[in-house]
Design a protein around this ligand. Structure first.
Ligand SMILES: Cc1cc2nc3c(=O)[nH]c(=O)nc-3n(C[C@H](O)[C@H](O)[C@H](O)COP(=O)(O)OP(=O)(O)OC[C@H]3O[C@@H](n4cnc5c(N)ncnc54)[C@H](O)[C@@H]3O)c2cc1C
Length: 460
């Protein structure tokens, strides 16, 4: 079996999910070829892979490829994949720089092979995908995006370094106008430091929290909906799924909800209706569906947008980038423009956001949630540790919190989590570490552990 593993190198290192994809290919016993579209500086980090039992390493590097967005990257990789030959293609689910998770689904679509997204486990020829407990058999040809769980092996002591083949565009022969920044359907207009989540914290005692929650829940919900209406509107915007409707209404003079759910049917409806923009919800399904449809149509796609506005007839899409530390404004140069939009969890008035510091305490917090009529939310670290389901994950790669009170317990307050708390009127933080970042993103904070918080509620 020939496995082609597509990887990206950033900051001199292989992207973490891509490293897992290489390891999975090796564990499958496949003949692994590593393929990377990167600047020439990636050659050395890629060369290290030749000591691991990888058959070939090919670096696609040419000045005309510089600035390629996800769709153009997928087109260049698809052209190379056809030249090299493959049975399976493996990609990391996403890169930590872009966090778009688009290249894998787009590449599968362009090559016309099935997509198996978010591989969590592999054993005896069977794969387990995220959100699907029942393992499925490894098909003879497919593209797998790899989530985690496969730490890259170390080289054997006596293993030797091999060579990296460098292919420039004379090998692939793509028209330069269709490569790199020039050919890319999306363009970054501006990027700025993100200040999302900053709040002024008032110190309180843990015993005061039950009374504080009682007071705060009497107030009217203050923070408005997630997408404020744009003054200027586009004539026609399609929403693929109800969760994208509020964003579509913010920027569309006329909004239509598409009933179609399969990618080919959605693409056909989009071609027939010729809208200005198509919006998908940035749910797990929407994140897989949007790049497939974008690749079918050849449209520019911006992932995980947190803001939308129309200026001079153009849709400006705002999204967090570089792990939430910056915010970028992006435009699509195609008609339609396409985007996945971050959805809010329309939870209860109170959301209890649990972090890794509460691992093993889920039953107690379920009981507290029931007592308060609250819903549970979680950090990615807790989800990754198996302490909460993915649908509860709040943050850059989860959903946005929308509630009157967000009670953050046992979570450190990483920017990737707090960037999704704008929709909470008040944030109350409970953490024993007085230096925890969450205190700079909370309105009220107490230096206490989760057990003390639970005791405060059961003692009233
Ligand atoms: C590209 C990218 C995307 C990401 N997307 C997301 C995302 O969408 N959502 C998200 O949440 N994260 C996301 N992350 C991960 C994020 O960077 C953090 O790693 C994560 O949010 C940390 O979760 P945590 O606060 O639960 O865990 P930790 O950072 O480990 O914090 C645990 C906290 O628990 C406290 N604690 C320990 N014991 C107790 C106790 N008994 N009682 C109370 N407190 C206790 C500790 O003081 C500590 O502050 C992403 C990361 C990357 C790189």
């Amino acid at each position: 079996m020939r496995a082609l593993v597509c990887v990206r190198v950033a900051g001199g290192e292989l992207q973490p999910f891509d490293a897992c994809a290489v390891e999975l290919g090796l564990r499958m016993g496949a003949e692994v070829t590593v393929l990377s579209l990167c600047p020439p500086s990636a050659a050395e980090p890629l060369r290290a892979l030749t000591r691991l039992g990888v058959a070939r390493v090919i670096l696609l590097s040419d000045a005309v490829y510089a600035g390629a967005d996800t769709l153009v990257t997928a087109r260049i990789l698809a052209c190379a994949a056809q030249k090299i030959g493959y049975d399976l293609i493996l990609c990391g689910r996403t890169t930590t720089e872009g966090e778009t998770a688009q290249v894998g689904p787009m590449l599968a679509t362009l090559l016309g092979i099935p997509l198996l997204p978010s591989v969590m486990d592999y054993e005896d020829g069977c794969l387990t995908l995220r959100g699907n407990d029942r393992p499925c058999a490894l098909p003879p040809s497919a593209l797998l995006t790899v989530e985690r769980s496969f730490p890259l092996r170390f080289p054997r002591l006596r293993s030797c370094l091999g060579e990296v083949e460098i292919w420039n565009n004379s090998v692939l022969g793509l028209p330069p106008a269709e490569c790199g920044l020039q050919g890319s359907p999306t363009r970054v207009l501006a990027a700025r430091e993100s200040v999302a989540g900053a709040r002024v914290c008032q110190k309180i005692e843990v015993g005061e929290i039950p009374a504080l929650i009682k007071e705060l829940r009497k107030k009217e919900k203050q923070v408005a909906g997630e997408f404020p209406p744009s003054e200027e509107k586009l004539p026609l915007v399609l929403a693929v799924g109800e969760q994208a409707l509020s964003a579509a209404r913010a920027v569309g003079a006329r909004v239509e909800l598409l009933a179609e759910q399969e990618p080919a049917a959605i693409a056909a409806a989009v071609r027939a209706k010729d809208p200005d923009a198509v919006l998908f919800p940035a749910t797990a399904e929407g994140r897989n569906l949007a790049p497939i449809v974008a690749a079918m149509i050849g449209a520019g796609l911006c992932a995980d947008c947190t803001g939308l506005a129309v200026k001079h007839g153009e849709l400006i899409l705002t999204r967090p980038a570089r792990g939430g530390s910056i915010t970028a404004d992006i435009v699509c140069r195609t008609r339609p423009a396409m985007a996945s939009v971050r959805c809010e969890v329309k939870g209860a008035e109170i959301m209890i956001g649990l972090g890794k510091g509460t691992l093993g305490m889920r039953p107690q917090f379920e009981a507290l949630a029931q007592k308060l009529g609250a819903s549970l939310a979680a950090t990615r670290a807790l989800v990754d540790a198996g302490g909460a389901p993915y649908c509860e994950q709040i943050g850059l790669t989860g959903t946005k919190a929308a509630c009157k009170i967000y009670l953050a317990v046992g979570l450190s307050g990483a920017v990737q989590h707090t960037c999704a708390l704008d929709g909470a009127d008040a944030v109350i933080a409970v953490n024993p570490d007085r230096d925890a970042r969450i205190f700079s993103c909370a309105d009220y904070g107490t230096q206490a552990d989760a057990e003390a918080l639970l005791a405060a509620f059961w003692n009233v």
